[in-house]
Design a protein around this ligand. Sequence first.
Ligand code: 6PG
Length: 473
Amino acid sequence: QMARIGVTGLAVMGRNLARNLARHGHPVAVHNRTAARTKALVEEFGGEGTFLPAETAEQFVASLERPRRLVVMVKAGAPTDAVIDEFAPLLEPGDMIVDGGNAHFADTRRREAALRERGIHFVGAGISGGEEGALHGPSIMPGGSAESYEALGPLLEDIAAKVDGTPCCTHVGPDGAGHFVKMVHNGIEYSDMQLIAESYDLLRHAAGLSPAEIAEVFRTWNTGRLESYLIEITAEVLAHTDAATGEPFVDVVLDQAEQKGTGRWTVQTALDLGVPVGGIAEAVFARSVSGHADLREASRNLPGPDRAAAAGPGFADAVEKALYASKIVAYAQGFHEIQAGSAEYGWNIDAGAMATIWRGGCIIRARFLDRIRAAYEADPSTPTLLTDDHFAEALGDAQDAWREVVATAARLGIPAPGFATALAYYDSLRADRLPAALTQGQRDFFGAHTYRRVDRDGSFHTLWGGDRTEVTA
Ligand code: 6PG
């Protein structure tokens, strides 16, 4: 018997993906650098479907139906290149290598171009949903050629999460498009998590609620428009008590957040593309600040405000509104980056389809994404989600509470960079005039960088060091 698809790299993500394929009736070849893992997988889960274990790369490739579909589930970076170098010589034109890791889209573009020359399809596929998602149905974001998707799409759609019967998997676009979209997904994930963290911090230190009480607040929110996986697990984490000390779990965890790089890449890429993603950037920076123990220790005795003035009743509702509004901004920024990347690299990404495949399986899955899907359906070329009827109304309804929450945070000395930057973005886009005019004046003053005028076409320069007449530049 031949395998329909193969998975090499059997750490937890690869193992669960292979099991998911087998459980769906697809004979799957399995291979790992150290054969013990392969053996363990088949021993433990062999009853779930048809596994074809291979000890060597040659055996593995020989067990695959043609065109061969080979999924690589190893660490991003050098390990991925090493596996590609090992397998590519064993493949034939028309075969496919799928990279299901969190690769940087630029690496995916490079690998795709190199393998295309040899007639091999390289599919950079973003896979979200963690271990559970890989096993029970992830959200899958495959890039690569349309031809490769024809051979691969039905299999991936079969094992992906489903929402209303629609698979959370679609062809994203050529070469690096899939990994680009996964990267932005993670950037949005960072932003979402930061906003939730700020909400918790405000409820705790401005409203004086306990972690258990805050868990209840999040449970209630999870029955409304904020319903999402991240809100759901937030309630679980906050309600958890540490067994060793009897303290709330959240109080015994070291408050230094780590990161593996996808959020940082989202911001670095946004800077290159000239896309303002303040919400994502502040989320990355907030993790960075938390990790600077020395800086925090040195600053501990800097003066803060008198915290006696606690937030009044209704504050939790205000935080819910601030969270919803800031979340709209975070997603608007993320989708802006997707559209800018798509334009830059000629990917032709369907933004509404991305919202559709994020509705289930992935970490940011949420009821809210159906709204985004609807917004792009109503106006596929909208420059920003903020102006969609539903979102504009929600922002208008939330804004007083949003401002109150940001002001309260500032007054009480509680850092809320995610809320604050989201509100500033909203107000910047709304503004009739921005002080960017003054910035242009300064640039022209010190460097003759020139400026444009509101009333005439062309570029101008004022002779600041002379008689201050204006000349055409
Ligand atoms: C997913 C996640 C996953 C990522 C974790 C951890 O979509 O399943 O995004 O790919 O590895 O979120 O990311 P950090 O370690 O950077 O927080």
